[in-house]
Design a protein around this ligand. Structure first.
Ligand SMILES: *Cc1c(COP(=O)(O)O)cnc(C)c1O
Length: 322
């Protein structure tokens, strides 16, 4: 299957009070229910396909979108897929059912044993003559960041084609690579757009620091990155001040923390109004956070883009509670 050059649509949702709201449908990326984990994992598998690997090892909970996509891409290649999962989040979900369907083997351990279990799994595979490839949880790392530098390029292309300019971009920020990729795109374009990651779990300063680390890791290796479209490797890397200014990580709307049902009202409302499924772990919280942020900051007469980062199976986990 060819998934190169796939772009996701941007839809105009209309005028929400005094701003014009758009949505980029990463959830409609046409592979395994899409989402940002699909965009990232497709790039990881380009690297896997260039190598000679037998097994894929990664980390994620039973509700993980990342695990679903990695299990799917592995199964399609006939590769063994091993998932290390934290016991703390191991209740059955639609994503875990899909993982089982796809034949990925999950090992569930207490969260403090995750690191050692991954090491042991990699060793076990090598000891029996296999060649494992490890994908960090959530598709973290420069390859994951690259996926969202490319996404930023798509957004710029949309602006050019439609003769509009976004003033704000909002989305759910978790492990930081989605956020980092978008912030790097902004800096390379010297674009004034405000990129605001709504934290879905981590408080500041840690949450923001993880994004900053991802930005710096990528910039330090930028010579080896394939920059899309009109982006060029800068002669001088952005200063620390520029980076700090580009990364806005808002931790005010986490609600009761990761995976809690804080956003059912907004999920119901958005589905009824637009026919777009959000979920209670990521996109529902981020959408709600965006609405609150717009109100609190008195934002008016602006073009606002919400990035729907995916998680369609999670919508169905929530459906019974709507
Ligand atoms: C993982 C995930 C996020 C967060 O992405 P990060 O790159 O980890 O910050 C947001 N939305 C959905 C649906 C996700 O699965």
């Amino acid at each position: 299957m060819n998934t190169e050059n796939i772009q996701t649509p941007i839809q105009k949702l209309g005028n929400d009070k005094s701003n014009t709201l758009y949505i980029k449908r990463e959830d409609m990326l046409p592979y395994s229910f899409g989402g940002n984990k699909a965009r990232k994992a497709l790039l990881f598998f380009e690297e896997i396909d260039r190598g000679d690997y037998t097994d894929v090892v990664t980390y994620g909970s039973s509700s993980s979108n990342h695990v679903r996509v990695v299990a799917n891409l592995s199964a399609a290649r006939g590769m063994n897929c091993h998932i290390i999962s934290p016991k703390e989040a191991s209740e059955p979900t639609f994503n875990s059912a899909l993982r089982e369907l796809l034949g990925a083997k999950a090992v569930t351990v207490p969260v403090e044993e995750v690191h050692d279990t991954i090491e042991a799994k990699l060793k076990e595979i090598k000891d029996r003559g296999g060649r494992p490839y490890f994908i960090p949880g959530g598709g973290h790392g420069n390859i994951g960041t690259q996926a969202y530098v490319e996404c930023f390029e798509e957004i710029k292309q949309y602006e050019t084609d439609n003769n509009i300019k976004f003033d704000y971009i909002f989305f759910a920020s978790g492990t930081g690579t989605t956020h980092a990729g978008l912030a790097i795109g902004k800096m390379l374009y010297e674009d004034p757009v405000k990129i605001i990651g709504i934290s879905i779990a981590r408080p500041n300063p840690r949450g923001r620091n993880v994004v900053l680390e991802s930005v710096k890791d990528y910039l330090n290796d930028i010579q080896n990155m394939k920059l899309p479209g009109n982006m060029h490797s800068p002669d001088r890397l952005p200063s620390i001040e520029t980076i700090e200014e580009a990364v806005i990580f808002e931790d005010k709307y986490i609600g009761e923390g990761y995976a809690r049902e804080t956003s059912v009202d907004i999920i119901r409302e958005v589905f009824i109004k637009y026919g777009i499924p959000l979920d209670s772990t990521y996109t529902g919280k981020a959408y709600n956070g965006m609405c609150e942020y717009i109100k609190e900051h008195g934002i008016k007469d602006r073009n606002i883009l919400f990035i729907h980062t995916g998680g369609t199976p999670l919508f169905f986990d929530t459906l019974g509670k709507l």
